[in-house]
Design a protein around this ligand. Structure first.
Ligand code: NAP
Length: 289
């Protein structure tokens, strides 16, 4: 008799909208691995009990999504340096009875930028909009890969300043500054920006205006919006209209999931298969390509 499949999954609340099961199960099937990836709806007050159950149930690993990414840290045995810096875990790997927390958002962003934007973070001046979990992941990755300058603009200035302080504590040579998310403060800096990243949630709702005005942004500057649904935010639409190359967050979603898949299975993730599965699930017009 074939051995039972090893269990992977995602823990969140709500979790039914997550595209991770579609993407990960497509990868598992394509690689003929004996795993199954399921969605676990976990209420916040039961998070500790759910996490402590992972070794007992022999679950191999899980993704962690909203609202548990930060709350999960105290229940883990070890936390990787990048997840510790970010203050959030999106991937848990079980090694025997131990649970190790990682955050694959930063590497997912960097790989997406390289593969889909033919670009890199090294030597770049970045304007980062937002200072939440995703922004912290991008900022840490940018600093690790040798970005020249990091300008962090956030609606709540103290949160941006906290990120700046944390970055300078870890990367003392980094050129870094924080600003309010306000076009008057940002516009004078736009001419020197090589890469603009939106890591705010602004753009997720239909009709959301772009987080900043792009007047003064050089036409060659790449714009990366971490949002992937809707696929074309106002920021992306306006960027493309003025001639700036612009990418949405679908690539980052794929590559962060690919990094989790590789941590769990030790097998190279089939990127094209994962991308196709996501495009079909999102109803993209490119799904049939
Ligand atoms: P988060 O920790 O809740 O942070 C939200 C950020 O958005 C904060 O900087 C917040 O500013 C800002 N914000 C919220 N509403 C705003 C508004 N109306 N105007 C301007 N700024 C606003 O969320 P997160 O996990 O970092 O996620 C941020 C975005 O990245 C989301 O759209 C998420 O879907 C996306 N994301 C994509 C991927 C991917 O794989 N593509 C991965 C992770 C996240 P304050 O600090 O002032 O509240």
């Amino acid at each position: 008799m074939a051995p039972p499949p090893k269990i992977l999954g995602i823990i969140g609340h709500p979790v039914s909208h997550s595209l991770s099961p579609v993407m990960q199960n497509a990868a598992i099937q394509y690689k003929s691995l004996n795993y199954v990836y399921v969605a676990f709806e976990v209420l916040p007050h039961l998070l500790g009990r759910a996490i402590r159950g992972i070794p007992g149930l022999g679950i191999s690993g899980v993704n962690v999504t909203v609202p548990h990414k930060e709350a999960v840290l105290p229940f883990l045995d070890r936390i990787s340096p990048e997840a510790r810096f970010i203050g959030a875990v999106n991937t848990i790997v079980r090694e025997k009875e131990e649970l190790i927390g990682y955050n694959t958002d930063g590497i997912g962003f960097s790989r997406a930028l390289a593969q889909e934007g033919n670009s890199s973070l090294a030597g770049k001046a970045l304007l980062l909009l937002g200072a939440g979990g995703a922004a912290r992941a991008v900022a840490a990755q940018a600093a690790t890969e040798g970005a020249r300058e990091l300008i962090i603009a956030n609606r709540s200035l103290p949160r941006a300043q906290r990120l700046e302080t944390d970055l300078l504590g870890k990367f003392p040579d980094l050129q870094c500054r924080s600003l309010p998310l306000d076009s008057t403060a940002i516009e004078p800096l736009l001419p020197t920006v090589d890469l603009l990243v939106n890591a705010t949630t602004r753009g997720m709702r239909p009709g959301d205006p772009p987080p900043v005005s792009l007047a003064g942004l050089p036409r060659h500057t790449m714009v990366y919006d971490l949002i992937y649904n809707p696929p074309v935010t106002e920021l992306i639409r306006i960027s493309r209209q003025r001639g700036n190359p612009a990418l949405n967050g679908l690539g980052m979603l794929i590559y962060q999931g690919a990094a989790s898949f590789e941590l769990w299975t030790g097998s190279a993730a089939p990127i094209d298969v994962m991308k196709k599965a996501l495009e079909i699930a999102l109803g993209s017009p490119n799904a049939g390509d």
